[in-house]
Design a protein around this ligand. Structure first.
Ligand code: ADP
Ligand code: MG
Ligand code: MG
Length: 867
């Protein structure tokens, strides 16, 4: 109701921390504001008057008073933190009269006018939405005229002059003078905060983070405290632990004699909070620990108190006004996957949270960041610049200089690195599309750094030696003869863990799976009920899956094996054969190849179940296209190219996904499935013979709609098994089952279960056939469907629980009734999606199967689902 910021401000005040007084207009008011077409309900006006009186009572200052003016900040705050999305206005309540009062009361004229110019600039930008470039330019000119570099070098008179310039700019651009009425200022700001909820960048952020538009934002109105009152004042941001690596160390930046977002805006280089961090970075400017030891000690106590209170790592904003500490914000800190993992495991070990809570603290999808390769420390690298290690991980890609190009090239399948002087919320879509982000300006808490960490993109920020000319699409390092230039499209590599920027692509190595990762996985495995298998068919993928903890193979797609070099001609020969005899001749060539494939997989998965799906795709997918390919098949078969082309065109289908595929191939050409079954059983017997650990083949028939189809195919498979067992003189346990991927199969699951020993829900096809949406053609309209809320998420990524899910529930129930204890699993893309996994847990499936890199994600998600 109060939004994250408002709720936590109230909470901090209630546990006795120093928080400037204020009040919160609830999120419900934002919703009402929009319901009423952008008008303020009367009750809000009354509440605001009451709130102001409350602040006036505590501070002894009066809003709009010429002698002792109250200044406030107007801050947004939604339920979920949306960094950088909503704009804040500071120093509100200043006008030509109150600025004099502020100067008089503080005895500091410079401070008063600095505050006033900040207010006009912010208000013009956020509320009046004027072009802020003009304001920045005016400031630059003022500094140039004085021959100074830093804002802090300007005097009261300089600021006064700038205020006049600013007011002129407002009048020019807005057509009216800058509002002098403090109440008009206040309502303008409140309206702007509400308005920013529907800004494009807020919408993009919500879409990327699944935040409903109906939540609305709260508005916090709070008495100002001033970090810009000279050298005993400061403003800063901090994390109670390292948000990048997760180490237990205070972490943050601050600036003396500064206000608000100066720290994150990259106006001056911020100073470190702790001496240790400063020394490690080799920075010259003193840390807060050294420059303000007393306040620092107080702040450190607050950090500890907040961590124990919230039982999580906190992201904090604070201001020091003339030696007195004020807390302005706390929230659970965004962190990298690596830090999330370390913090969760550490906090459980420290006894701050339980093991089960630790499991819940790590976003399974974020594990992805840890499971991917990092730069090979041995690989040669051509380092051209060094910035701050703002978000870990390595990325290589083509340089792009703007968000639009990043998005366009990523859509075309390019890996891109977004290179900017600094990023702003307008760049979010480009950052999302990029593999990595590189900026020339900004610290560890800059926009680029915070957003990249949240998105899991590697980021190097503040690489100051880079001269980036975004418009000219060019970046230069060094000067004179050692100067190097990079253009759009040149390849670079960034290492977000070291801050290095390298020319070209650098080799990578596999991640470390022990340590905290291993610990959390052990905890997850303790509470998880669902088994986790992998979708894999190559020995490499099977090995990766097993290393990641897969408990078997849930889907081995045999057609992938058909494409391998050396076999495709035999496959084509089989497809193009006119007779069974011709097909068998080709299948005889494929048998030893398939047997070798299966043997390799069984050896890796020794003792674990391996589900092998018999040939599934429409045959024409394997057809030759090029003349030379036809010629090769002609040579192998003795048929003419002409005849082969004729046969190929006969295989053409209007709607292949619903055509001659799946078990329909087995029904019409049983010899194909017979060969595959034979290869499976021969390989299984051989591996059992050699290793003593018998594999457990689960032979899976695809695209079954009726029990009769499965019956026919099962007879072929059982026949092959009996023949092989007789030849080899041994028997093996095996299962014959089916995929449930057609609605009819789900409905008639009872009969089908009488024949098949297991079901694997093939949710890719089941989604296609249930929704009547072709996965390959959906891109054109699914986006609009999700945007308009027809489907909450892409149903091919996250299971349509209501529709497809109901079919799964029906099939599970009817299948179990016919065959108690029937083995149930899921092998679509959804098997690696945490929300879908939660559904599988609820439905009581036995296992989920996901791509190898998703296995750990599935293990963690399954544990979370079980809790
Ligand atoms: P965001 O949601 O973008 O972090 P905030 O509302 O936290 O925006 O405001 C940004 C910054 O403005 C804060 O970090 C703080 O430094 C400054 N600020 C906000 N309110 C006050 C206040 N009452 N007094 C002094 N500074 C403030
Ligand atoms: Mg902000
Ligand atoms: Mg803030």
């Amino acid at each position: 109701m109060l939004g994250g910021k408002g709720a936590n401000l109230a909470e901090m005040a209630s546990i006795g921390l120093p928080v400037p007084p204020g009040f919160t207009i609830s999120t419900a008011m934002c919703t009402r504001y929009y319901d009423e077409g952008g008008a303020f309900p009367d009750s809000v006006r009354a509440e605001v008057a009451e709130g102001l009186a409350h602040i006036e009572g505590i501070t002894g200052k009066l809003f709009g008073d010429a002698v002792n003016p109250l200044l406030v900040s107007v801050r947004s705050g939604a339920r979920a933190s949306m960094p950088g999305m909503m704009d804040t206005v500071l120093n509100l309540g200043l006008n030509d009269e109150t600025v004099a009062g502020l100067a008089q009361g503080s005895g500091d004229e410079r401070f008063a006018w600095d505050s006033y110019r900040r207010f006009i600039q912010m208000y013009s930008d956020v509320v009046l939405e004027l072009d802020h470039g003009a304001f920045e330019e005016a400031l630059e000119i003022a500094k140039e005229d004085k021959g100074v570099h830093l804002d802090t070098d300007l005097s009261a008179d300089d600021w006064k002059a700038l205020v006049t310039v600013y007011k002129g700019l407002v009048e020019d651009q807005w057509g009216k003078p800058f509002p002098q009425d403090v109440h008009e200022q206040l309502w303008g700001a409140v309206g702007a905060v509400f308005g920013s909820w529907q800004s494009e960048r807020a919408k993009v952020y919500r879409r990327l983070n699944d935040i409903p538009g109906s939540w609305g934002t709260a508005v916090n109105v709070q008495a100002m405290v001033f970090g810009n009152m000279g050298d005993t004042s400061a403003t800063g941001v901090a994390f109670t632990r390292d948000p990048s690596k997760g180490d237990r160390a205070y972490y943050g930046e601050f600036l003396i004699n500064a206000q608000g977002e100066d720290v994150v805006a990259g106006i001056r280089t911020p100073q470190y909070l702790t001496k240790a961090a400063k020394d490690e970075a080799g920075a010259k400017a003193p840390s807060m620990e050294e420059a303000m030891p007393v306040v620092y000690a107080e702040l450190a106590k607050v950090f500890d108190l907040l961590e124990t209170h919230y039982r999580d790592m906190q992201d904090i904003e604070f201001t020091v006004q003339e030696g007195k500490l004020w807390m302005l914000q706390t929230r659970s800190g965004k962190r990298t996957a690596k830090a999330a993992l370390k913090i969760a495991v550490d906090m459980a070990s420290e006894g701050l949270i339980t093991e089960e809570e630790a499991i819940g603290r790590v976003d399974p999808l974020a594990l992805d960041q840890l499971l991917h390769p990092t730069l090979d420390p041995e690989a040669p690298r051509d380092v051209v610049a060094k910035g701050l290690p703002a978000s870990p991980g390595a990325a290589s890609g083509l340089i792009v200089f703007d968000a639009e190009t990043a998005e366009q090239r990523a859509e075309r399948g390019d890996s891109v690195i977004l290179v900017r002087v600094e990023t702003s919320p307008e760049d979010i879509h480009g950052m999302h599309a990029a593999k990595g982000i590189l900026t020339a300006r900004g610290g560890m808490t800059s926009h680029a750094a915070v957003v990249a960490r949240g998105m899991g993109r590697p980021c190097v920020s503040g690489a100051g030696t880079l001269a980036i000319e975004g418009k000219a699409k060019r970046m230069r390092v060094g000067s004179g003869s050692s100067a190097r230039e990079f253009k759009e499209g040149d390849v670079i590599t960034i290492d977000g863990s070291t801050g290095e920027v390298m020319a070209g692509e650098v080799a990578t190595v596999q991640p470390e799976l022990a340590g905290d990762f291993g610990t959390l996985m052990v905890w997850a495995d303790k509470v998880r009920r669902l088994k986790v298998r992998a979708n894999a068919e190559t020995p490499l993928d099977c090995q990766t899956a097993r290393d990641f903890g897969a408990e078997g193979i849930g889907l081995c797609r045999t057609e992938h094996m058909f494409f391998e070099a050396g076999r495709i001609t035999a496959v084509r020969q089989m497809i193009l054969a006119e007779t069974e005899k011709g097909r068998r001749a080709a299948l005889d060539k494929l048998l030893p190849e398939q047997r070798a494939d299966f043997a390799a997989i069984f050896a890796i998965m020794a003792g674990l179940p391996v589900t092998i799906r018999l040939l599934d795709p429409p045959l024409h997918e394997f057809l030759p296209h090029e003349e030379a390919e036809f010629q090769e098949v002609a040579n192998a078969t003795g048929l003419s190219v002409e005849a082969l082309k004729q046969r190929a065109s006969e295989l053409h289908e209007f709607n292949p996904m619903l055509g001659h595929r799946g078990c329909r191939l087995g029904v019409t050409y049983p010899e194909i499935y017979e060969m595959q079954a034979r290869a499976i059983f021969e390989a299984a017997c051989d591996v059992a013979e050699q290793s003593g650990a018998a594999p457990i083949p689960e032979v899976m028939v695809p695209l079954v709609a009726t029990a009769r189809e499965l019956e026919l195919m099962k007879a072929v498979i059982d026949g092959a098994a009996q023949a092989v067992f007789a030849e080899k003189g041994r028997t093996l346990d095996y299962l014959v089952g089916t995929m449930i991927e057609l609605p009819r199969a789900a409905l008639r699951a009872g009969e089908i279960a009488e024949v098949g020993a297991f079901f694997s829900f093939g949710t890719n096809d089941l989604t296609q056939t249930t929704l009547g949406v072709s996965r390959d053609d959906a891109a054109r309209f699914l986006g609009a469907y999700v945007e308009q809320g027809i489907y909450a998420k892409d149903p091919f990524v996250s299971l349509d629980v209501e529709g497809v899910g109901e079919l799964i529930e029906i099939a599970a129930e009817r299948g179990r009734k016919a065959r108690p204890g029937i083995k149930l699993g899921i092998c679509g893309e959804h098997g690696g999606d945490p929300a879908s996994i939660a559904f599988c847990e609820k439905t009581g499936l036995d296992y989920v199967s996901a791509s190898p890199y998703r296995v750990p994600i599935a293990r963690l998600a399954a544990a979370q689902a079980a809790l």
